[in-house]
Structure formats: C-alpha cells, structure tokens
Design a binder for this molecule. Structure first.
Ligand code: TXA
Ligand code: MG
Length: 333
C-alpha cells in the first residue's frame, strides 16, 4: 500500500507500525529505504527476511536531524573522533553515512553483530518527518537498507519498491529520489577516514573537511567487515550489463545490424543502430543527473525486455566515481 508522505496522518500511521515492530519503506534523497525500529532486534530480523539478505550484513541506522552529539546519535554511537564530528557538521542532514563505534547493548542486529554501526541523517523532508514522529514514540532510529531484494537494483520511486515487495508492504511516497545512488559511506572507526562506498559527496569534499587524506579499504591491515554494498557483484538488473567505450558500442551495433533485438543502450555519445528494436536512452553529461536516473533506467531496460544492456563507460573524473562504482558492480554480476 502506498501512502502520501505529505500527509501527517500517514506519517503517524507509519510511525505506529514501526513502533509495533513492523516494516515501512520510506523515501530518502538517495534511494528508498526499508525501515524498522533499530533498537528492536526482532523488528530488524524482519528486514533481513524480507530482503533475503544474510543477517550478518550490517544495515544503516537513520536518525533525525539535531544538534550533533544529542540524543539519537549518542544512543547508538560512542563518542566520535573529531574528523567524524566535522563530517557531521559539514554534511548532515545529507547523503553521507558514517561507520562509528557502537554503544554496546544497542542495535546489535542492525549492526550485523559488529561492534561498529552505520549512522545516517537523511535530508529528505519526508524521512525527517518520519524519524521525528518515530522518536516521539520512543523509536530513536530506523534501520534501513535500500528497499530492494538482496543484490538487486536500489529503488528510487515508491512504485519501484512496490515492484520489489508487492502491495503488502507500507510504502511512504516522497516522489523520485533527487540523488539516485546510495549515500557515500565513510568508516570513522579506524582513526582516519576510509571511503567504503563512493557517492554524491566526493572523496575530495571529505578530505577537505577532515583535513586528511581519505584512505581506501585496501590500505587497511584488517579485513573489511561483510558489507553487501561493497560486494563486487551488486546492484544488478536482470539483463547482462556491459560497459564499453563509444566506439566499441557503435561497432557492436553495426555488427548486429538490422536484426538487433533485446538490447538496450545508455550512452552520452550518440550511437546509431539499423534496428528499430534497440532501446536507446541518452546518458546525461552531468554526473549528478546521470546518478539520479541510473537505477530507473536499468529498471526501465529490464521492463522493456532487454537481455543485454550496453552502457558507455562514464568519464574517469572524480564526480563520476559513484556512478562508475555502481555500474562496475552491476557489470560484475
Ligand atoms: O543511501 C543509503 O545509504 C540508503 C538509504 C536507504 O539510506 N541505504 C543503503 O543501505 O544503501 P544498504 O543496507 O543497502 O547499504 C548499507 C551498506 C552495507 O551494505 C554496508 O556496506 C555498509 O552500509 N555498512 C553498514 N553498517 C556497516 C558497518 N557497521 N560496518 C561496515 N559497513 C557497514
Ligand atoms: Mg542496498
């Protein structure tokens, strides 16, 4: 069932269901999340079951905006290092998740049993309204992975969520997500910022705020915690996805000629096919707009019956890192 996020009655209804241990999908500026009371291990177990996700994969906990260091944050996290506080001041509410040391005794299931926890304060007004209503009912945070089944493309509209889970799930509609790819994740539990997942907030922005070089997971001595967003194959459409440059794309279409079918193309460069049955969409030249469209385009290609998706490799520029990352993982599936 899809409810209007502008309605305060709908927000209250959703908060009550969450308070009772139920699941509610909600909009954020990045992608839609599948929410449950982060302090209830039983409620969080419902997320893992619904998604078909292994229960040792940690989830992100969403908290309401407030003065940093106030209630919901300290409920879940131990005192933060200075650079983490600086990131919060600079980017919250917004598309940035911080991995911090967890308060023992809270959010164990949400954290997948790890002693760290992912925290994010989303900027979407409907998400904030829901988080505030939940806090008022004694729920200080919502565990919320992307509202898709495990390994699949993240949803950026309420209809996408319904396509994933059917009509039995309560979905709060907040329109199409403005960012379109999941939040940037920075691990702040290892003494220096480590970029676990690139996103709209770039490596350079993080380095500027922390006054430090941003590390890559490969530089760390300890192995990564299990983290599905960082699995090599993830975010996969049904069709087989390939990345190639514009020349290879054009050559491929020329080889298939007028008989090309079940192929979809997303490219910045204009390429031509002699077949009417090739689905073509133009990739925007602006990385932020391309990110906003990415998952919806993949879903549209799947729905259009594509068996092959050919995508022009995004530019090797810093602002494209998030889109490149998602496409490389989708291509690896
Ligand atoms: O934009 C987003 O972050 C969206 C919206 C709904 O907020 N959420 C999202 O959640 O993408 P999810 O569960 O699909 O991805 C969360 C990722 C995990 O796959 C993992 O990579 C990382 O966050 N993560 C969470 N907690 C962690 C922890 N304690 N240690 C390491 N990585 C963690
Ligand atoms: Mg996900």
């Amino acid at each position: 069932m899809i409810l209007d996020g502008q309605s305060s009655a709908a927000i209250e209804q959703a908060a009550s269901l969450l308070r009772a241990g139920g699941l509610v999908a909600f909009p954020t500026e990045t992608v839609y999340g599948l929410g449950a009371d982060a302090t209830s291990d039983a409620a969080v177990a419902g997320i893992f079951t619904a998604k078909g996700r292994p229960s040792d994969h940690p989830l992100i906990v969403h908290v309401a905006a407030g003065i940093p260091g106030t209630e919901s944050l300290s409920r879940f996290a131990q005192p933060l290092p200075l650079f983490a506080q600086q990131l919060i001041t600079a980017f919250w509410p917004g598309p940035l998740t911080l991995i911090v040391t967890r308060q023992p005794g809270v959010g164990a299931a949400a954290a997948g049993g790890q002693d760290t926890i992912g925290l994010r304060c989303p900027a979407h007004p409907v998400a904030q309204a829901l988080l505030v209503a939940c806090a008022a009912q004694g729920v200080p945070g919502l565990a919320g992975p992307s509202a898709n089944r495990f390994g699949r493309v993240s949803p950026t509209t309420a209809a996408h969520v319904q396509d994933e889970f059917g009509d039995g799930l309560m979905v709060i509609d907040g329109g199409a997500c403005a960012v379109g790819i999941e939040s940037t994740i920075v691990d702040c539990s290892r003494g220096a910022p480590v970029l676990l997942r690139p996103g709209a907030i770039t490596r350079a922005q993080i380095a500027a705020v922390c006054g430090e070089r941003v590390r890559d997971p490969a530089e760390l001595a300890q192995p990564d915690p299990r983290a599905s967003g960082t699995l090599e194959a993830h975010y996969a459409p049904n069709a087989k996805l390939r990345l190639m440059d514009a020349r290879a794309l054009q050559t491929g279409l020329d080889v298939l000629g007028a008989n090309a079918a079940h192929i979809a193309v997303w490219s910045r460069t204009v390429v031509k096919s002699r077949s009417q049955r090739v689905l073509q969409r133009r990739m925007p030249d602006d990385a932020a707009i391309a990110a906003q469209q990415l998952f919806a385009v993949l879903r549209e290609f799947d729905a259009g019956g594509a068996r092959l998706i050919w995508i022009e490799t995004p530019p090797d520029a810093p602002e494209w890192e998030g889109v490149r990352d998602r496409l490389q993982r989708a291509a690896a599936a």
